[in-house]
Design a protein around this ligand. Structure first.
Ligand code: IPE
Ligand code: IPE
Ligand code: MG
Length: 250
């Protein structure tokens, strides 16, 4: 009991250091290390993915309470189809369950939106996506963007295709294509650029996450595997972000 209280105290101390006027508007999380988390415990990889999905619920609630406006969580990349079929199947099964648990995944006032190429996802998953987006669309808390079958390059190519189509139809001139217009054609057109990108698990790379939107992101890496990443780690990432000097080239 006393120990739990101590832990709470030290946690609350850390969070008190967060400056509410200097929060990142948009935090991206690359939820990596589920497989290694499971391996360490002698569990199947699917158990790691399950623990990772559970942890996203915890971090979502915490980030929303902290006042973060927008959180993007990388759940499945366009490259993750290269994994063994059994793992892909179990990930899709888990996604289906996760999206179905609307109240649990989004709490009371988080809005959920999906970014990525939905065409390769099953009808069942697409149905759950429509349901959860509609169910949470009028909420005024944080927006949780789930990146599913998302790839930064695919996203840019898709925007280029749509713009080329308009040029071909004669409704757009090539010199009218600006950075702003390209941004408008990305999945992320309604969100601010990523201020902070968090990647646990010890890997120091983007793995095709938010390529365009990370031009001026701050990065926070750690060796913790995603299922072990706590609200305290999230708070630490925010505190470290608040110590950074962002110059944007100026
Ligand atoms: C991240 O965990 C989840 C997905 C990519 C879907 P990993 O499955 O990549 O876990 P590691 O990197 O093998 O430990
Ligand atoms: C990035 O993790 C994708 C997600 C977390 C969804 P990966 O495990 O797929 O990335 P790499 O293969 O280590 O670069
Ligand atoms: Mg990985």
């Amino acid at each position: 009991m006393l120990k739990a209280l101590d832990r709470f105290r030290s946690k609350s101390k850390l969070i008190e250091k967060v400056d509410p006027n200097n929060l990142p508007n948009h935090v991206g999380i690359i939820m990596d290390g589920n497989g290694r988390w499971a391996k360490k415990r002698g569990l199947p990889r699917s158990a790691g993915h399950r623990a990772g999905a559970q942890n996203l619920k915890t971090i979502t609630e915490f980030a929303n309470n902290m006042g973060i406006a927008c959180l993007t969580a990388y759940a499945f990349s366009t490259e993750n189809w290269k994994r063994p079929k059994a793992e892909v199947d179990s990930l899709m099964e888990l996604l289906l369950e996760y999206l179905h648990d609307k109240d649990e995944l989004a709490g009371k006032n988080v809005a959920v939106r999906i970014i990525g190429d939905r065409s390769a996802l099953s009808d069942e998953i697409n149905h759950e996506i429509d349901e959860v987006e509609a169910y949470t669309k009028d909420r005024d808390g944080m927006v949780l963007y789930l990146a599913i079958n998302y790839g930064g390059r695919q996203e840019i190519v898709r925007a280029v295709n749509q713009l080329c189509q308009q040029v071909q139809e004669g409704t757009l001139l090539p010199n009218q294509i600006t950075e702003g217009l390209v941004s408008d054609y990305l999945y992320t057109n309604d969100m601010p650029e990523a201020d902070l990108i968090i990647r646990p698990s010890g890997e120091l790379r983007l793995s095709n996450f938010l390529l365009w939107q990370s031009a001026y992101s701050e990065f926070w890496f750690s060796d913790i595997n995603w299922p072990d990443f706590t609200t305290k780690d999230f708070t630490q990432a925010i505190l470290d972000y608040q110590q950074r000097n962002r110059r944007f080239g100026a």
